[in-house]
Design a protein around this ligand. Structure first.
Ligand code: SF4
Ligand code: SF4
Length: 366
């Protein structure tokens, strides 16, 4: 996902080559992970991942490629899946390959929520995806979902057709795990699903907020990663590293020792000094802009990011004056919001975007 956040295609190729050199055998991408990089080049994650695998002749085990589509109806599924196969360069049936390398394709319904689950259940795509697997077009069936969609997650698992799930969980938000009414991580793993943990660092745009937090809680990135890896239900963590240096630090943690129960309890207590304040902030992930833009021209994730940094900065005693200055430079500010609420379903964290915009304007312009 983060390949689009880099400055150049060369940087994207560098990290992809690096992870394959390290023996990493799972890469997570999606049809929607597209964007413009720092040099203004259009980036399609699936294309870069496909090319990176395709140029190798030395991979000694199949690479597990996870990709995701918003194919909730038969037509959408057909279109999204064939585009993904084409962009990744996957060929064959059963014995899938990219170039000369064997791959296993795990195909996900991307971002299942309650509404999308209703569509999926009634549209015939669940039968279709099983046929595609039986025909060897894909290798495994999965879905991803988010914190606010517990009912949909359980309902999807209960169908018995899914083999892999990607869910958010981290030291500051354990609501899909041990803090939930139902520990969904446990539930999924006991149902036999492989769990890929996303948002182990709270979301991929959390760096500026995390910098503030470090003066307040004694938890660093590698501690966050190890916390997730220590959870016995998690099969792997989708760490989302952007740079080789980040990835090599993650590998060092992954091959190191896991925490014991006492360390886990102490870390949980430390994290809970700030956990509540992190619940309703913008993680700057930009997922909302993958398929949506505000018709009033409001760059709402930008404003929410400034506001969220301000809230956390205030909590930890940091001067946030420069955030207000940045807000006042915006061509369209939060006052332009008509409260149509069309943006809300596109936010992975179900943020009440119009209300947050109102608050942001009060704080920054008031
Ligand atoms: S609620 Fe406001 S920010 Fe969201 S789409 Fe409508 S006008 Fe834009
Ligand atoms: S508004 Fe929601 S989806 Fe958009 S960047 Fe913020 S947290 Fe991510």
């Amino acid at each position: 996902m983060n390949l689009r956040r880099l400055d150049t295609i060369g940087e994207a190729e560098e990290i992809l080559d690096y992870v394959l050199d390290q023996g990493i055998n799972l890469i997570d991408t999606a049809r929607a992970y597209n964007g413009t990089n720092g040099s203004g080049q259009q980036v399609e994650s699936e294309v870069l991942v496909g090319k990176a695998i395709g140029r190798r002749t030395d991979l000694d085990e199949p690479i597990v490629v996870v990709t995701k589509g918003h194919g909730y109806t038969l037509d959408e599924l057909d279109k999204d899946l064939s585009t993904s196969l084409n962009k990744l360069g996957i060929q064959g049936r059963g014995d899938l390959r990219i170039g000369s390398s064997a791959v296993r394709l795990v195909y996900f319904f991307h971002g299942i929520n309650d509404d999308r689950w209703q569509t999926i259940r009634g549209s015939g795509v669940l039968d279709k995806i099983q046929e595609l697997k039986a025909d060897g077009v894909i290798s495994h069936i999965g879905f991803s979902s988010h914190y606010g969609d517990k009912d949909a997650i359980k309902a999807a698992v209960d169908t018995g057709i899914f083999e892999v799930v990607e869910l958010p969980y981290n030291i500051f938000n354990r609501s899909l795990g041990e803090d939930g009414e139902l520990d969904l991580l446990r539930y999924c793993s006991e149902a036999g699903l492989g769990i890929i943990n996303m948002k182990a660092f709270g979301g991929n745009g959390m760096v500026p907020i995390f910098d503030s937090l470090q003066s307040y809680v004694n938890i660093d990135h590698q501690t966050m990663l190890n916390f997730c890896l220590t959870n016995p239900h998690i099969a792997t963590v989708d760490a989302g590293a952007q740079y080789v240096s980040e990835f090599s630090a993650d590998i060092e943690t992954a091959v190191g020792e896991r925490f014991g129960p006492e360390e886990m309890a102490a870390l949980t207590k430390e994290a809970d000094k700030i956990s509540d304040d992190l619940k309703d902030i913008c993680r700057e992930c930009l997922h909302c802009l993958e398929k949506f833009s505000c018709r009033e021209g409001i760059d709402f994730p930008r404003i929410l990011a400034l506001y969220s940094r301000h809230m956390i900065g205030r909590k930890v005693g940091k001067d946030t004056g420069e955030l207000a200055a940045e807000y006042r430079q915006l061509a369209v500010d939060a006052e332009a919001c008509t409260e149509c609420r069309e943006c809300i379903p596109w936010c992975e964290y179900d943020l009440d975007i119009p209300n947050m915009l109102k608050e942001a304007h009060r704080v920054f312009a008031g």
